[in-house]
Design a protein around this ligand. Sequence first.
Ligand code: SF4
Length: 329
Amino acid sequence: MAAKVGIPRTLFYYVYYPMIETFFKELGVETVTSHKTSRKILDDGVREALADACVPVKVFFGHVQALKGKVDFLFIPRVVCLNGKTIYCPKFLGLPDMIKHSLDGLPEVIDTRIDVRDERFAIWKAFYSIGRRFSNSKTKILVAYLKAKKTLKKYQKLMLEGLTPEEAMLALQHKKQRAPKTGSISLRFAVLGYPYIVHDNYISVNMLDKLKSLGVEVITLEQVPMRWINKAKLKIPKDMFWTFSDRVLKSSYHFFENGGVDGIIHLTAFGCGPDSMVDKYMELKSKEHPQIPFMSITIDEHSGEAGMFTRLEAFVDMVRRKKEAMADA
Ligand code: SF4
């Protein structure tokens, strides 16, 4: 019987799942994901995680519990740095330890460290050490790794073209996507935030679909090409240390300085340390560019649909009036 590896449906799931799935599949290993985030998953996570953890980490705890008893391994690699410049948030780095020391009765945790600053070919070496658990053939592991990389490229391309992670995963499997209900599109917003917040419909209180139903075309981080991000120069002494935070902030700089959107929303999580800086820098930048309305929304485990929808409606209405007034002028 094939070994089963559990992948929590959150955090890196939105960025790398198709790659991970392909790698394991090529080695004859079954990947099992937890269900979409639900009230139960969130409540389970809140019960077990440290009280001052951010919402996404609490949700991660819930997803791990949902996989308990169903898999032979849990895949929680310690991903430190993948681009040689920025590192992942400290909470990402500590995830394997937090999980292993907080939850009992877990299967073996695959917590391989990945840091491209350590040595050449660090990513391949990390995948090789993961693959050795399931195969003695170096060639087989190398083929699995190369196929996984290819899948990742296709996945990223689909998202760059405008598909959400969920839609891109379905497209990779040649499955049809459910078209969201949209009003007649008249506005375009950049909704910037970490993929595991923006694309988790439960945590984001379905924000993307709501905006689409209000006639707003949405651009998210995945649709911002790296060349735009690399061009954006932050007017701060150093770049952000943290990978996702750096991308979010530079994307906002790009839109503030070059336009192309009618409004910018920063979706952030209560308890997020890096975002306390990112959000402030965005706010300061928005003051230099008042022609592009900016709103920050913080979600926590108690965020409700009604409150969120009211704020979105008000913001969309304000941006629409402003645009009409400018067109008249
Ligand atoms: S970046 Fe913020 S939201 Fe994401 S894991 Fe770190 S603290 Fe939590």
